[in-house]
Design a protein around this ligand. Structure first.
Ligand SMILES: [Ca+2]
Ligand SMILES: [Ca+2]
Length: 192
């Protein structure tokens, strides 16, 4: 693993992360220490990432969703997550502001990374999100949300787009910020 450094994290990365997240220097050093322990190579592979997700979703199939999340976090497209990508990811999904979070959700749905979401990309991610929902919860969903196809239709209609049109990031973010009735369709939070 060529430039994976052991020991302390570089000043450059530390400054960058302090600026781009709300974590303090102390917290970042702590995270870094843990990261190094759990991941001595300094890189998280897609397989390791899937295992982390499986632990969070023991009653459902998280592997497809984890693959998509991994893709959206792998900012430099090298097939692994380094410490910086990992921390930004953690920040976005746990404490990020709504608008940043929605920008991330957009990148999750933009499967081919071309800057637009199509209806088939929405269908693909809705499929992955649906698999996160445990069976007994799936059965209790409202009639217009109880299959991945219905959820994709409902989410797509939220943005008033024709089936062959596409959705830009700004339209996506504004569409949810202005009316969050579709927010639950772009994510799944496990019930405690
Ligand atoms: Ca990467
Ligand atoms: Ca796309």
């Amino acid at each position: 693993m060529g430039n994976a450094k052991s020991g302390a994290m570089s000043k450059e990365i530390l400054e960058d992360l302090k600026m781009n997240t709300k974590y303090s220097e102390n917290e970042l050093s702590q995270w870094y220490e843990n990261f190094q322990k759990q991941c001595p190579s300094g890189r998280i592979t897609p397989e390791e990432f899937e295992k982390i997700y499986e632990r969070f979703f023991p009653d459902s199939d998280a592997s497809t969703y984890a693959k998509h999340v991994f893709r959206s976090f792998d900012a430099n497209d090298d097939g692994t997550l380094d410490f910086k990508e990992y921390i930004i990811a953690l920040h976005l999904t746990s404490t990020g502001k709504t608008e940043r979070k929605l920008e991330w959700a957009f990148s999750l749905f933009d499967v081919d990374k071309n800057g637009y979401i199509t209806k088939s990309e929405v269908a693909e991610i809705c499929q992955a999100i649906f698999k996160l929902i445990p069976k007994e919860e799936q059965e209790k969903l409202p009639a217009d949300e109880n299959t991945p196809e219905k959820r994709a239709d409902k989410l797509w209609s939220h943005f008033n787009k024709k089936d062959n049109e596409r959705l830009a990031e700004g339209e996506f973010v504004k569409g949810i910020l202005d009316n969050d009735s579709a927010l639950h369709l772009i994510q799944y939070e496990p019930q405690k």
